[in-house]
Design a protein around this ligand. Structure first.
Ligand SMILES: [Zn+2]
Length: 309
């Protein structure tokens, strides 16, 4: 799967016109439909205009390939955080409602119990085995101290999940750090809960997701200086960028186009001395002759090359 293309399909192409004329020429192409610019993400020449311009060093760092895949994976985690926010948010609202209208809820429950019992009997079920009723009964007898803890704790937790989700969705450095730290804080609590023997599939799954997220963030986003940290992360983005690759290609192109010219000059410089063998020592006499002949201002670059045999 070409993640860069997928990224452009989702977010549109990113083009940039660098100030450097040679690089600029490599990134643009005249077409019938106007000037096409090379997309910094997918590398295709596209005609939907240049989105930015300036020195090449100021070009936007665009995530490509693997980095885009990683961004998508983090968005899956973000969606999971948003779901947690919704569930915990509803629970927080329920607890808050319960705290301020406990008597009303108790009354409603007492009124509903006969109907629930009748329903269970109609269905041929034993009401004393109903998990729902046990849970509701348990909730109704919860201590005021716990209710106070929950009315504060649940909204705070929901808010943390929301911020984590936004941070992961945006793919910002702060969001990655926030998600990593906030998730780590709850890990010991989750381990303790599982170690007490209160094991449910939901708890195991939640713990596994959190642990995976922390490891994934630290490893792929190189948080806390892991694998070279942010500098190494940005370096990687840079070495994969279309602009950097074009710059490297430009340097390589000028180097190879200059090479045969200089090599031929070097050979002509060596040839006029007839009696001597065309071996390495003759090069020592070459530079002055060559410099006089071609007016080269860079004799040391040709010096390093071995003479043609
Ligand atoms: Zn593109």
């Amino acid at each position: 799967m070409d993640w860069s293309l997928f990224g452009c399909a989702r977010q549109g192409h990113v083009t940039y016109a660098p100030d450097e004329p040679e690089l600029r020429n490599r990134l643009m192409a005249p077409t019938a439909g106007g000037t096409a610019w090379r997309c910094l993400r997918c590398g295709a020449f596209v005609t939907d205009g240049e989105h930015g311009s300036g020195p090449a060093a100021a070009a936007p760092l665009v995530r490509r390939g693997q980095e885009l895949r990683s961004e998508l994976i983090l968005r899956v985690f973000a969606v999971e955080r948003f779901l947690r926010f919704l569930i915990v948010g509803v629970a927080a609202y329920g607890v808050w409602w319960f705290k301020y209208d406990q008597a009303g809820i108790q009354r409603a429950y007492n009124n509903a119990v006969p109907a629930i019992r009748a329903l269970y009997q109609d269905l041929g079920l034993d009401v004393s085995h109903s998990k729902l009723l046990v849970l509701v009964n348990h909730a109704l007898t919860i201590s005021p101290r716990w209710i106070t803890i929950l009315t504060i704790g649940l909204p705070v937790y929901a808010l943390i999940e929301l911020v984590e989700g936004i941070g992961l969705w945006l793919g910002q450095r702060w969001g990655e750090y926030f998600a990593m730290i906030a998730t780590s804080v709850f890990l010991p609590l989750e381990v303790w809960e599982l170690a007490r023997g209160h094991i449910t599939w939901l708890k195991v799954a939640a713990f596994a997701i959190n642990l995976l997220l922390v490891i994934y963030l630290v490893w792929t986003r190189r948080l806390f200086g892991v694998r070279g940290g942010k500098a190494a992360y940005d370096d990687r983005l840079r070495t994969e960028s279309v602009i950097e690759m074009e710059q490297a290609a430009l340097v390589a192109a000028t180097a190879t186009s200059g090479q045969p010219d200089q090599a031929s000059r070097a050979s002509t410089a060596i040839q006029p001395e007839p009696g001597e063998p065309a071996a390495a020592p003759t090069r020592s006499t070459a530079p002055p002759a060559r410099a006089a002949q071609s007016g080269s201002t860079r004799p040391d670059t040709t010096e390093r090359r071995s003479p043609p045999t």
